[in-house]
Design a protein around this ligand. Structure first.
Ligand SMILES: Cc1cc2nc3c(=O)[nH]c(=O)nc-3n(C[C@H](O)[C@H](O)[C@H](O)COP(=O)(O)OP(=O)(O)OC[C@H]3O[C@@H](n4cnc5c(N)ncnc54)[C@H](O)[C@@H]3O)c2cc1C
Length: 470
């Protein structure tokens, strides 16, 4: 799949901006650099474009969009900023949060201007108003690559960047593993690292996030931390490693119909219980925090308990809310009563019944929830009693989808060394950077940050003084 972008077979010796990785961050950087008049070339180590981006649920967090206006959702950049800082427990790099806020709407307009379309907006983790904008990510990358191709940009598949090359204190190119084997050096005026995270590298996960030992893993097969390691070799700083978290809601074991995203019925009114039939978390929390809480439960696997009212909110266009699809795939345990469901799940007698009775009883009496749940997700939606049969249980675990920590960068997306100094002519964007999310995660900000920061990195890299004449 090259999406209309000419596929280069000959390895070039010299380019203007060299982009490593073909996810959203790389595609946005490539197009932005090409729009700035640079000869931009992208290297992708696998045979397919898209990395984790094309495996994702495709939700982007923007505020103040046309879709929100059409749905009557009042949002603002100030509210987005407040939510980002609060969700990140104020451990975020505020300058990067401000950068996201400053450029999110113009990037949204840039993307829609290139043909990207968004569907109905939903609320999810960390959002005090609905701002998850779903899109077809494969289509999105096609639009960007096609536009980049028309401006002369090129793509090399099956071409792995192995090492950054630095001369005279600045990055001057990359040594690559050529498709048929062998090494080749590509010189560039600037390099943008957009190689994604390391969710598919068990060794790096064990080093940086040992708490994820029992979590499942998802993400692009090429997402093994190559860019992180290459920049680290040049002295780059690495930040936010303590905050690598898994996402709650994935089916508890490999399943042919599991696309890696899981479901979040809890944000539509379900409760989460452990194998002892007890609730263990305020289900309105960001799903990374629910993921942590689930990993601490006996046996790790937990269940989301839905009734017919939750099931009725199924939405085939939003993977995390595609409950009926799970039922069709045989991934739900279903029963007419909570007693029967409890028995089918092998829970201690009376345990789930008591949990649901307590939950429903407090809602009916207007009493405080035992775990502090006041909304369904973030500040959106009111909890309701789970009393409409049939009842369903989705066995739910925690999965590392993305790693959220990574290289230190400044607001020009220049990679900073361990002393905070820019590594000249080296830029980074997307999942490979750290600092932005802090200690928590708002849905849609990983795709969001890949588009916003990828575009900025491409623009900034293109502004480096060129030694080439085109
Ligand atoms: C199942 C799932 C659901 C998700 N849902 C959402 C969501 O709804 N919203 C959201 O915001 N985030 C979501 N995420 C996270 C999000 O998809 C990623 O964080 C984001 O797409 C990363 O984009 P990227 O461009 O930085 O990296 P990627 O899209 O991962 O692209 C990186 C590319 O670089 C390539 N590469 C790696 N090393 C090299 C090398 N040495 N040389 C050349 N190429 C290299 C890789 O092969 C890959 O193609 C989800 C992730 C998963 C797995």
């Amino acid at each position: 799949m090259t999406a209309g972008l000419p596929l280069e077979r000959e390895l070039p010796d010299r380019v203007g901006v060299l982009v490593l990785g073909s996810g959203l961050a790389g595609c946005a950087a490539l197009l932005a650099a090409a729009e700035a008049g640079q000869y931009a070339v992208m290297l992708e180590k696998t045979g397919e474009i898209g990395g984790s981006t094309v495996r994702s649920a495709g939700l982007s967090a923007f505020a103040g969009t046309d879709e929100q206006a059409e749905q009557g959702i009042a949002d603002s950049v100030e509210l987005l900023r407040k939510d980002l800082l609060e969700t990140g427990r104020h451990r975020c790099d505020e300058t990067l949060v401000d950068l996201y806020c400053e450029h999110q709407l113009d990037t949204y307009r840039w993307l829609t201007g290139h043909g990207v379309r968004y569907g109905e907006v939903h609320a999810a983790s960390g959002q005090s108003v609905p701002r998850s904008h779903p899109t077809d990510t494969t289509g999105m990358l096609h639009h960007l690559l096609k536009a980049a191709g028309l401006l002369g940009a090129r793509l090399l598949l099956d071409t792995k960047a192995e090492r950054l090359v630095r001369e005279g204190g600045r990055v001057v190119g990359v040594d690559v593993e050529a498709p048929g084997g062998g090494r080749h050096r590509i010189l560039a005026d600037a390099v943008v690292v957009a190689t994604g995270g390391f969710s598919q590298n068990p060794e790096l996960l064990a080093r940086f996030a040992p708490q994820m030992e029992h979590a499942l893993r998802a993400g692009g097969e090429g997402c093994q931390g190559d860019g992180l390691l290459m920049a680290w070799q040049l002295g780059a700083g690495v930040i936010d490693t303590p905050y690598v978290k898994g996402t709650y809601g994935i089916y508890h074991e490999p399943h042919p119909d599991e696309d890696g995203t899981g479901i979040l019925a809890v944000y539509k009114g379900a409760i989460a219980v452990n194998r002892e039939g007890r609730r263990f978390v305020d289900e309105s929390l960001p799903y990374k925090e629910i993921g942590d809480a689930a990993l601490a439960q006996p046996g790790v696997t937990t269940w989301q308990i839905l009734d017919a009212q939750v099931m009725a909110q199924t939405n085939d266009e939003v993977p995390i809310y595609e409950f009926a699809g799970r039922e069709r795939a045989g991934m739900l345990v279903t029963a007419d009563t909570i007693e029967e469901l409890e028995e089918r799940l092998g829970m201690p007698e009376g345990s789930l019944v008591a949990t649901v009775e307590d939950y429903n009883g407090r809602i009916a009496a207007g009493d405080a929830d035992a775990l502090g749940r006041t909304h369904l997700s973030g500040g959106v939606g009111a909890p309701f009693a789970l009393d409409q049969p049939p009842f369903h249980a989705h066995p739910s675990g925690t999965v590392v989808l993305a790693t959220y920590c990574g290289l230190t960068v400044d607001t020009d997306l220049r990679v900073l060394d361990v002393f905070g100094q820019p590594i000249e002519r080296l830029y980074a964007a997307g999942e490979v950077i750290g600092g932005f999310h802090g200690a928590g995660y708002m849905t849609g900000t990983s795709i969001g940050k890949s588009g916003i920061f990828g575009r900025l990195a491409g623009t900034r890299a293109a502004a480096e003084e060129s030694e080439l004449e085109w």
